[in-house]
Design a binder for this molecule. Structure first.
Ligand code: NJP
Length: 240
């Protein structure tokens, strides 16, 4: 029996970057995975890959900043699989500039997806998990969830919020047998902030598979064990 046999997991931001790696790791460990992101074509390719390898994946195109779409996505997932064991709040966007040079549109864009999106998905997942009396929520934060950095003001503020959500979920739902884990990584080779995944200049950064391994470790713990947080960085990173 594999670690996540019979479990149902939703992974947001599953169209590219870290999300597909988490989905593939969970599917490989036996979970049925629900893939949520906006790009239907990329989501379909990830789902196709998992299903053709004998896994179970359902792609549900979703904008996590839309309350209605998040509600619909969780409802569809539960109708299809009958329950929800794991939510990975992975969708997120960011940009690098000084606050003085930033715009209200940039603030809204980052907050709506990175912080409000995590809140909406967690809240709607909790509505399923609380009556179930079980569940695990993994929030992909950042090292900027616990330290600030110049030119990362908007993104860092959103990620501090993600860390706060993580702690509050544990405070409010420990007695419902619901666990919440924050994963706070440093630099990862993905498409983040308009970069190219696989760029040789990022060869020594964390890989999507490193984050997938961390998520699988958290999700594989017995139900009485909660991993509160994981901090992880590539050895080349000098600020952490
Ligand atoms: O970034 P990228 P990552 N609704 O750009 C999705 C954190 N992190 O994999 O909607 C739903 O390759 C987008 O899908 P689509 C970071 O903050 C990263 O690195 O189709 N989904 C895509 O699947 C984030 O929380 C680094 O465009 C939406 C995914 O998000 C997480 O890692 C360092 C969406 C982004 O893929 C994954 O990001 C760190 C929406 N409205 C934390 N908008 C790093 N890479 O260095 C976007 O500390 N997505």
């Amino acid at each position: 029996m594999t670690a996540l046999q019979g479990q149902v997991a939703i992974i947001t931001g599953a169209s590219r970057g870290i999300g597909p790696a988490i989905a593939e790791a969970f599917a490989g460990a036996g979970a049925a995975v629900v893939l949520a992101a906006r790009n239907a074509e990329e989501l379909g390719q990830v789902a196709g890959r998992i299903n053709s390898q004998g896994g179970t994946a359902l792609a549900i195109p979703t904008d996590v900043s839309s309350e209605e779409q998040v509600r619909q996505m969780i409802q569809t997932a539960v109708e299809r699989f009958g329950k929800l064991d794991i939510l990975v709040n992975n969708a997120g966007v960011g940009l690098f500039n000084r606050l003085v040079d930033s715009t209200t549109e940039q603030w809204d864009w980052v907050m709506e997806i990175t912080l409000k999106g995590a809140y909406l998905c967690a809240r709607e997942a909790l509505k399923v998990m609380v009556p179930q009396r079980s569940g695990l929520i993994i929030n992909i934060g950042s090292d900027l969830s616990y330290r600030t950095s110049a030119e990362c003001g908007i993104y860092g503020t959103a990620k501090y919020g993600v860390a706060a959500l993580t702690q509050v979920i544990n405070q409010e739902h420990r007695l419902d047998n619901i666990r919440c884990t924050g994963i706070y990584p440093g630099m990862i080779d993905t498409y983040f902030a308009g970069s190219e995944m696989g760029d040789p200049r990022k060869k020594d950064w964390l890989k999507a598979s490193d984050l997938a391994n961390a998520c699988l470790y958290v999700a594989s713990q017995p139900p009485y064990v909660r991993i509160d947080e994981i901090r992880m960085h590539p050895m080349i990173q000098d600020q952490f």
